[in-house]
Design a protein around this ligand. Structure first.
Ligand code: ADP
Ligand code: ASP
Ligand code: MG
Length: 422
């Protein structure tokens, strides 16, 4: 008998029929003798619907009061789906109880809309499990020191599930979703994408941080920190498939690099359309300029991703950086009003029609020429590279958004990812 955490995403919880299916699957695992904790997302579309309602009443604001209410509102999506799942399980003859994050409690900091989990109290959950109940814990949310409801950022139910698994020392955390594992790239964009049987933790961390939304990055960080065995698998298989077969399906996130030996140098391709670029043209080429620009951006609580400063000519240079698209307008405004007046004749231009495409693989550590192969492939397709950044196991480029699919497909082929054996 093991303690297992299941997480079901929005599509998996998307209708009463699907919830019924989830209940049957969970009941099967419980009847096989496991102690079951389930972390559901809100029904698909619900979080967007709720946040849309708020926007109808007032445009997005950075104020803490507004963000607090957004969390109060968005958290209801998971509260509803959790209660519905408990009802469905009870209808299956399976004892079940659902808890909102604050009832567990899952304690977080007070960063509304992007809170971080600080601790999870496991006593109440353990008592229910001992009493033979399936325990359902809302994904995506927690409670801060002042009893405010907080949420963990979009896609945050993954993180709730892994954190709950870590706190309860679960044997495994199974992330059930609408694809049957982690693929070489998003299978909805590249048809030839292949499922990976295993992916190592470091690669998964890079893929998640570079835009593969199959797992929220913090969930991967938690899995690494607390060594939680983590598997991504489909909730769309028949609920009554053999449990041993099901337990081995999907993709396992491994902590051993050895298992990757037979795999390709590049394991996956990630892409991200959520970024924008800002360039400041003709800034004085002198010490302190980067600080002047990025210091102001940081003070506006805006995170920056890639940065490029060119070699100056005639005492002037260009300075570009990328940031989240949602912050683009605010950053432009901040630079125009606070920084440009101190920079002489410099001008600032923004571009929201960019995307970042990245190749990821621990094999890149021991192989040379991988980045140049990437640049060569993009050049053959006539795609201009605007920015480049590299780390030990990834190379990312910024390109025009309209070439994104073409770039991902060409790279997928060039690195033989359609040949990877599942
Ligand atoms: P859930 O609602 O279950 O949390 P998400 O939509 O958050 O599901 O994540 C699953 C989606 O992630 C898939 O439908 C797929 O389109 C997308 N995705 C992006 N990159 C990958 C990848 N490398 N492998 C698998 N799925 C990916
Ligand atoms: N319901 C939340 C969202 O849509 C959290 C999640 O699904 O993981 O982002
Ligand atoms: Mg998700």
């Amino acid at each position: 008998m093991a303690l297992i955490v299941h997480k079901y995403g929005g599509t998996s919880m998307g209708s009463p029929d699907r919830i019924k299916n989830v209940a049957k699957r969970v009941a099967k695992w419980a009847r096989a003798g496991h102690q079951m904790v389930v972390v559901p997302s809100a029904m698909s579309g619900e979080t967007n619907r709720l946040l849309g309602l708020a926007k109808e009443l007032a445009p997005a604001k950075e104020s803490a009061d507004y963000m607090r209410e957004l969390d109060m509102l968005a958290a209801t999506g998971e509260q509803a789906s959790s209660a519905l799942l408990a009802i469905a399980l009870q209808a299956e003859g399976m004892g079940s109880i659902s808890y909102a994050g604050w009832q567990v409690p899952i304690r977080t900091d007070s960063a509304f809309t992007k809170a971080r989990i600080e601790s999870i109290e496991g006593d109440k959950v353990r008592a229910d499990l001992e009493a033979g109940k399936v325990v359902i814990i809302t994904g995506f949310q927690g409670v801060d020191e002042e009893s405010n409801i907080t949420t963990l950022g979009r896609g945050g139910s993954d993180t709730s599930a892994v954190a709950v698994a870590a706190a309860l020392k679960a044997s495994e955390c199974l992330i059930y979703t609408d694809v049957d594992g982690v693929y070489t790239t998003d299978p909805r964009v590249v048809q030839e994408a292949r499922r990976l049987k295993t992916v190592c933790f470091e690669e998964m961390l890079e893929m998640a941080s570079l835009g593969s939304k199959v797992l929220q990055i913090r969930s991967v960080e938690f899995a690494g920190k607390y060594k939680v065995p983590l598997r991504v698998l489909s909730s769309f298989t028949p609920w009554d498939i053999d449990i041993k077969e099901e337990a081995k399906s999907g993709t396992l996130i491994t902590f051993e690099e050895d298992t990757q030996m037979e795999q390709a140098v590049v394991s996956g391709i990630a892409f991200n359309r959520d970024e924008a670029k800002i360039s400041i043209i003709g800034v004085p080429d002198k010490p302190g300029i980067a600080y002047q620009i990025l210091g102001a951006v940081a003070q506006g609580n805006i995170e920056v991703d890639m940065i490029i400063q060119n070699i100056g000519k005639d005492g002037r240079t260009d300075f570009s950086f990328t940031l989240h698209r949602n912050d683009h307008a605010r950053a432009l405004d901040l630079l125009k009003t606070k920084v440009l007046p101190t920079l002489g004749s410099a001008e600032v231009v923004g571009d929201t029609k960019i995307c970042k495409v990245s190749i990821v693989g621990i094999g890149m550590r021991s192989h040379v020429g991988i980045a140049s192969k990437m640049f060569g492939t993009l050049s053959e397709e006539g795609i201009n590279i605007q920015m480049i950044s590299t780390s030990e196991i990834k190379t990312s480029v910024v390109i025009d958004e309209k070439y994104m699919e073409l770039a991902v497909r060409a790279l997928h082929k060039a690195f033989d990812l359609d040949q990877v054996q599942a």
